[in-house]
Design a protein around this ligand. Structure first.
Ligand SMILES: [Zn+2]
Length: 160
């Protein structure tokens, strides 16, 4: 089994965005569902906002009841509450990766109705620009590329 390397994500607490990702293997609680509107949302972020021509990484969702911290907005991993991660992992048996094995994990609480409420734009920023430490386009501060991409998603409903 390959070991996993982390990568990075947006912790709800904004603590420890990069570091060892302690999950051994893929998380069976993740869903590979393609949500309504997801392809449009990814296209807006990945191609229009980030100018990427290649394929975007696979996206997996964490739903309730596995969202167990910050009022159900994230999931606990190694004591940190995450609402999204960009992760390198071994190839899980249950899913058919089409690219390198890097994938995005995102929380979708039941009351979210829009992709702009998730960390989709943020995690795809890591994938596009490899800004691991949030000092460049993936900084969660006003006016950065990832924040503008998130705003661009506000018109895309995701339904429940
Ligand atoms: Zn991040």
């Amino acid at each position: 089994m390959e070991s996993l390397v982390v990568v990075t994500g947006l912790a709800v607490t904004l603590a420890g965005c990069a570091g060892d990702y302690p999950l051994a293997g893929y998380n069976p609680n993740l869903s590979a569902e393609v949500r309504p509107g997801q392809e449009e949302a990814v296209d807006i972020v990945w191609r229009s906002q980030y100018g990427q021509a290649g394929q975007s990484p696979p996206i997996f969702w964490m739903y309730e009841p596995y969202l167990d911290c910050d009022g159900g907005k994230g999931w606990l991993n190694n004591g940190v509450c995450w609402d999204g991660m960009y992760v390198h992992d071994e190839r899980p048996v249950a899913f058919d990766w089409t690219t390198s094995g890097m994938h995005v994990e995102l929380a979708w609480p039941g009351w979210f109705t829009r992709f702009s409420e998730t960390s989709l734009a943020h995690e795809l920023c890591h994938a596009a620009f490899e800004d691991w430490d949030h000092e460049g386009p993936c900084a969660d501060t006003e006016g950065t590329l990832s924040v503008r991409a998130k705003l661009a998603l506000e018109g895309v409903p995701g339904q429940k």
